[in-house]
Design a protein around this ligand. Structure first.
Ligand code: AHR
Length: 645
């Protein structure tokens, strides 16, 4: 932001802001986040488990593990199937150590991130059939040097499964360590759920979440968390769909499934991508509560991904799916005397989570979606009339599929229609006025997934550069201006592991030890932390500001904090001189602030080495006689805040 000379230049724009008149309420949960276990966002990401394939349930049971031996001994390691064919935890390994020179090593998810001086918590389920085996536990660097070491001597013998834990401290930092277990002493032992967690999880919860990743979320103060997706809700077929009931309770009983992003894209194949559900629905509700967000679960509607199998549950066999939805509401909100409310209480949360809404279907479309949705809606509204339902409008924000759903769902008085757009920057700029003429009726819009994709491919050719974030910011001024219609929005996807992603761009990038926010992260954060309470009018020549000379703007007041907030982007390569006329009876203070996000290079990205290359810089502004004169830098997004009395 550059101080402006008092003499008006020819190109000065007079922008009028009417501070007194609220033209729409901003919902407190307007700006949220979309979480899906894609790009190793959960397993190998925010779920802090460091051991890959800890329970040997991957399709290849020893994937991620290598056996270390000096001399082969038949039967020294066996993968054993449990007798119960319906087991939620179908396999374990049996170690029969006769030579005393035998071990197994886990490679982690693209290596194991280890921090010097940090405690590591190891646990294992075991059944010691012939006592005598001791477990030596070692973190190893790339040269097989020990960088952390502990021991576990199984305390019990017999046929019962036991769980035992121990901790040790790392002596070096290494982003790509391995974890070795050496079996010392003769004996026979069954092992399962071999687990290692860093000692610095979010809120120090045992077997919890990566705190740096949660902190980035918490800093955004998101209004809601959409979870668990995304296509993961649908599954490639119905057997592979997300079923929330399989994600709660003891982790060893959360049946692992193939992650549907596993081999979805041949060019980004990840055959070692599975869902352990260590971050399950209880942890999700808890996370939302921790960071002050509403939960917004999306449930399968009896249809698998229509890009894959398109498998559907027959209409007369939809009951279990509908029951899952009803039971989830009871699990979240039910009294402890109810079946599912009691389960929540037993997991340590007697207080309800106050769930207010749910999506039925992710990106489903067509008459078969409408038929199934009608059944869900009838059942859910009959039991919970005020509960809000989010309906899908398919994968695209235009076209025949969209039109059918948009028209029918509005006729049906849907609470919310979920729009998704992954489009080039230019589309975002052209659509900043998209909602200005939307119907102002009962049905609201949830922009549930959006991101600038330079070439409309799942692997966008840009990695959240400044151009994509600036275009998002410009469009978002249009969402904010229409906050009476667009009541929620979430950028997608949220997380990506630098060595394991399937889909780009993404808002936050991580490796095994670090994480950083992209320029898009900062745009989202600026909106979310400056959401205000009421939209007020901001115009140029009496019109909404939707790209005149490259400028996009919206304005809100925060009636609680007593602030006027103006968001304005300059998408052009020229500076712009703006004179704001701040009209209204409220008495504005003479000093305010501006947070400016800018780069002269549209291709600028943030990175592990330069995580804040594009990040907000704050400076002071002066207001005189209800006027604010400023110069907007080329390619900039600016948030002005002016307190009032
Ligand atoms: O955000 C990535 C994917 O994009 C989601 O899983 C899906 O809903 C959409 O197609």
């Amino acid at each position: 932001m550059i101080a402006c000379p008092t003499v008006l230049k020819a190109q000065t724009k007079i922008v009028k802001v009417n501070i007194d008149q609220s033209i729409a309420k901003v919902q407190p949960n307007m700006w949220g986040v979309f979480f899906e276990d894609i790009n190793f966002g959960a397993d190998g990401g925010i779920y802090a488990e460091l051991i890959k394939n800890r329970s040997f349930e991957f399709t290849k049971p020893l994937m991620g593990w290598t056996v270390q031996r000096k001399k082969a001994n038949e039967g020294e390691i066996l993968v054993v199937n449990r007798a119960d064919v319906n087991s939620t935890n179908p396999r374990y390994i049996q170690i029969n150590n006769e030579n005393g020179v035998f071990g197994i090593t886990n490679e982690g998810f693209k290596g194991i991130g280890v921090k010097k001086g940090l405690k590591y918590n190891f646990s294992v389920m075991y059944r010691q059939l012939a006592a005598g085996v001791k477990l030596r536990l070692q973190l190893l660097d790339a040269n097989n040097q020990v960088i952390g070491e502990g021991n576990l001597v199984p305390a019990d013998t017999g046929n019962e499964w036991k769980k035992q834990s121990t901790s040790f401290t790392a002596t070096q930092t290494d982003p790509k360590a391995k974890f070795a277990i050496t079996f010392e002493g003769k004996g026979k032992i069954d092992l399962d759920m071999i687990s290692l967690f860093p000692g610095d999880t979010w809120k120090n919860r045992p077997q919890g979440l990566r705190s740096d990743m949660v902190q980035l979320l918490a800093d955004m103060k998101p209004g809601f968390i959409r979870f668990p997706g995304g296509c993961i809700v649908e599954g490639t077929d119905l057997a592979n769909r997300y079923q929330w009931k399989n994600t709660i309770g003891p982790i060893e009983d959360r049946k692992l499934i193939i992650n549907r992003w596993n081999t979805e894209f041949a060019d980004r194949s990840a055959p070692d991508y599975f869902q352990s559900f260590g971050l399950g629905f209880f942890e999700y509700f808890q996370l939302a509560e921790d960071i002050g967000s509403d939960a917004l679960p999306i449930l399968n509607c009896g249809m698998a991904c229509q890009f894959n199998s398109g498998e559907v549950a027959a209409l007369d066999e939809l009951d279990p799916y509908v029951q899952d939805a009803l039971d989830l509401i009871e699990f979240a909100n039910g009294d402890v005397s109810t079946k599912w409310g009691k389960k929540r209480a037993d997991l340590g949360h007697p207080k309800p989570f106050n769930l207010k809404m749910m999506g039925v279907g992710n990106e489903n479309w067509g008459p078969q979606y409408l038929e199934r949705l009608a059944i869900f809606t009838k059942a859910i509204k009959a039991k919970y009339p005020d509960f809000k339902l989010i309906n899908s409008s398919g994968t695209d924000p235009q076209g025949d599929r969209f039109n059918l759903l948009n028209t029918t769902l509005r006729e049906n008085k849907a609470d919310f229609i979920d729009e998704h757009y992954y489009r080039p920057a230019d589309w975002f700029l052209k659509n900043a006025g998209r909602y200005d003429n939307y119907p102002r009726n009962d049905t609201k819009v949830f922009v549930g997934e959006y991101a600038v994709h330079a070439d409309q491919s799942h692997v966008g050719s840009n990695r959240n550069n400044w151009q994509s974030a600036l275009a998002s910011a410009s469009l978002m001024t249009g969402l904010e201006r229409n906050a009476d219609v667009v009541q929620m929005a979430s950028y997608a996807p949220l997380f990506a592991h630098i060595d394991a992603w399937q889909w780009a761009p993404d808002m936050i990038w991580v490796d095994n030890l670090q994480s950083y926010g992209t320029p898009d992260y900062y745009v989202q954060k600026l909106f979310s932390t400056n959401k205000g309470t009421d939209v007020v009018s901001i115009t140029l020549d009496g019109k909404n500001i939707i790209g005149q000379d490259g400028i996009y703007a919206s304005s809100v007041i925060d009636s609680k904090k007593k602030e006027l907030i103006i968001k304005i982007s300059n998408s052009s390569d020229q500076p712009k001189t703006i004179d704001f006329d701040l009209e209204g009876k409220r008495k504005l203070q003479s000093k305010g602030t501006v947070e400016e996000l800018t780069s002269s290079n549209l291709n600028q990205v943030n990175s592990f080495t330069n995580p804040e290359a594009v990040s907000p810089k704050i400076s002071a502004i002066k207001i005189k006689d209800k006027k604010l004169n400023i110069n907007l830098k080329p390619y900039s997004f600016n948030v002005f805040k002016i307190p009032f009395n």
